[in-house]
Design a protein around this ligand. Structure first.
Ligand SMILES: [Zn+2]
Length: 661
């Protein structure tokens, strides 16, 4: 699978979709908007970051020999009979927990943060069971999302099942998130599991509800030893305050006389400043949430190590790097060859890691920026650098067995970060056609012509005529037409001298522009037959009839030859084509902005485009890997998308499949 190709295909589909909503009648506006699209402003190049490797720490068996962990814990945290080897941050976490200190783990995704609390919790449960302690809930793990609780429950279940430990030593756990049946809840109440996986809303309910079952489940946790907040960074603002209060109530109720070990995990919580400043910020937030003092040295960060040989430096590669850029890459490069490959060293140190006093992650960069840097560094052709970097990243990120080695680990895995947003609004000046400036940045005046006002611009959904939401006003005796926000409903206040409405500049050369202020230029339902049989404008429509204004570039009325039609009040019809939007529609929906896609339709489009791409490339991606995971921060949105995926995407899949045969 070529992720760069997928990215290009997504953006092409998205651009086609996003631009399909709006047509623009005026050639000068159309051309300038086209230029903006061509400049890649809306969908700039994606950013690349290389997944770093984490420094190794003590192996589980070493911690057993040192007495930090119970031997039975090593039986649980094993794969194929071999105890796990841990990352440095995981061993640090276990050391903290073994001395009953609270801590926060703040390391990147895929760094095994959950083992930082599950290993010490399970170890404590095993020790208690071995000592003949009675069953009770020793740890409560609070997740921000049920999906996390579900996936970690499965993970822990696998570890415990393969341990071969006798029943009485096996730690027990239960999910209590509100997804359980009444029977299951009853079972949990009597089983008194060692570990309870829940979410903060459910815990809140458990604490507050007075029925016998809930009270019993909470009472099982009397003497609580561990309190875990997973994904600490999600608890901000009012929700953060709620969770902080909940944690205090839980502690008061379940362990009033002793301090539980409080553990937080967080992927990204502070980005400003150096390590020390970040740790201080994280410690402050965690102390606030847990209601206990968590010091800076209890913030466990990530320790990174190099994938390539640590003796090789990117600036000392010399001619070998130039050769690696100019020669075609071999089809296969195993880990050993990559450890010393000049491009691997360069990519790891110039895109992935900053090699200062300690290794840290670099900020993500575009492929073009990386190629520019490589070309500067070597004097090689920039286009060649770009294509070679792309090819190299693709190769080094493949599983080892596809590169002539063993196993499915990538040598340098990377992420492509693609941000997609709508095109937003257009602002146009009132100068003559062809001299008008078009900008997409909301501001009052043309930045290159400070006297000339910019007007927000919307387009007729039928013919693409531009319309500016405006207000007619008087300043120092002069009349002006000034821009206004389209969402401000036009007021019909008789006491104000301001008149809101829309301004439709008359095109210079456009024979199809209908409105000349003749009776037949109005929509049919604006006209009635008078007593004498002649036609006339309906009386109640008169106040809404377009008025001809002469305006200049500052918005002043009556001083220039620029003709424009002022449409008083709500938008009722387009003078260019007579199109009437539904009267009850919101003003913003009567006309088209540059981008019309909502978040839901954008998501559906991107998902269907990705699925289509995956299935149109059957050879490069095995069918079992054609998966797509979506996240949303909004429940209503998730519910809506679920519906979309059920019918719309299923239909799309059905229609795509035949093409793959
Ligand atoms: Zn129109």
């Amino acid at each position: 699978m070529n992720v760069f190709e997928l990215d290009r295909s997504l953006i092409l589909d998205y651009e086609r979709f996003a631009r399909s909503f709006t047509q623009i009648r005026a050639a000068d506006i159309r051309e300038q908007v086209e230029e903006v699209y061509q400049s890649n402003r809306f969908w700039p190049e994606p950013l690349i970051s290389i997944n770093p490797r984490f420094e190794r720490g003590a192996a589980v068996e070493q911690l057993v020999s040192a007495g930090t962990l119970n031997p039975a814990t090593a039986d649980i945290f094993s794969i194929n009979g071999k105890p796990l080897s841990l990352y440095r941050h995981q061993s640090q976490a276990i050391a903290k927990a073994s001395t009953k200190q609270s801590f926060v783990v703040t390391t990147g995704t895929g760094s095994g943060k959950s083992l930082c609390f599950f290993i010490p919790i399970i170890d404590a449960a095993i020790r208690a069971r071995a000592a003949g302690d009675s069953a009770r809930t020793r740890a409560i793990v609070i997740y921000p999302m049920n999906a996390l609780a579900n996936s970690q429950r499965e993970e822990i279940d696998k570890f415990i099942k393969q341990s071969g430990l006798p029943e009485h030593l096996r730690p027990t756990f239960a999910r209590y998130t509100g997804q359980e049946s009444a029977d299951e809840r009853e079972r949990i109440r009597h089983a008194k599991p060692d570990i309870l996986l829940t979410n903060f809303m459910m815990l809140e309910l458990l604490m507050a509800r007075q029925n016998e079952l809930d009270r019993a489940v909470v009472a099982n946790a009397n003497g609580l030893e561990f309190l875990v907040l997973d994904e600490l960074h999600t608890y901000r603002g009012r929700q953060g305050a709620d969770v902080a209060m909940l944690v205090r109530r839980v502690r008061d109720r379940l362990c009033p006389n002793h301090q539980p070990v409080c553990i937080g995990t967080s992927a990204t919580m502070a980005t400003e400043g150096d390590d020390e400043q970040r740790a201080t910020a994280i410690a402050a937030v965690a102390s606030c949430l847990f209601g206990t003092s968590i010091s800076t040295d209890a913030v466990i960060g990530e320790s990174l190590e190099r994938a390539t040989a640590s003796t090789l430096k990117s600036r000392q590669l010399g001619g070998t790097l130039v050769t690696a850029i100019n020669e075609d890459l071999p089809a296969k490069l195993d880990d050993e060859a990559l450890r010393r490959h000049p491009l691997a060293v360069w990519c790891e140190l110039e895109i992935g890691l900053l090699d200062a006093q300690k290794l840290s992650r670099r900020a993500p960069v575009t492929l073009a920026a990386a190629a520019h840097e490589l070309a500067n560094h070597t004097g090689c052709d920039k286009a060649r650098c770009e294509s070679q970097l792309q090819a190299f990243l693709m190769l080094a990120s493949r599983p080892a067995r596809e590169r002539g080695g063993d196993g499915d680990r990538a040598f340098l895995a990377f992420k492509l970060h693609r941000f997609i947003s709508g095109a937003g609004h257009v602002y146009v000046t009132l100068r003559k056609s062809g001299e008008r400036r078009v900008t997409l940045d909301g501001q009052k005046f043309d930045p290159q012509d400070r006297e000339t006002r910019l007007y927000p611009t919307f387009f007729c959904r039928n013919c693409g005529q531009e319309h500016h939401p405006v207000v007619l006003t008087t300043e120092h005796g002069a009349h002006y037409v000034l821009p206004r926000d389209i969402d401000e409903t036009p007021l019909d206040d008789p006491n104000t001298t301001e008149r809101p409405g829309y301004l439709a500049p008359e095109p210079d050369k456009d024979d199809e522009f209908i409105f000349k202020d003749n009776l037949e230029d109005f929509p049919e339902d604006w006209i009635e037959v008078a007593r004498g049989g002649s036609l006339r404008l309906r009386r109640e429509r008169k106040a809404s009839a377009p008025e001809l204004l002469i305006v200049d570039h500052t918005g002043k009325i009556g001083t220039s030859s620029r003709r424009a039609w002022f449409l008083p009040g709500k938008f009722r019809f387009c003078p260019a084509c007579k199109y009437q939007p539904p009267g009850q529609a919101r003003e913003i929906n009567k006309l088209a902005a540059l981008s019309e896609e909502g978040r839901s339709s954008a998501t559906t489009l991107l998902v269907s485009s990705a699925i289509h791409w995956m299935n149109a490339h059957p050879s490069s991606l095995p069918p079992r890997s054609r998966k797509l995971l979506g996240f949303t921060d909004n429940r209503q949105d998730a519910a809506l998308q679920a519906g979309h995926f059920n019918d719309f995407l299923f239909v799309a899949l059905l229609s795509v499949r035949p093409k793959t045969f």
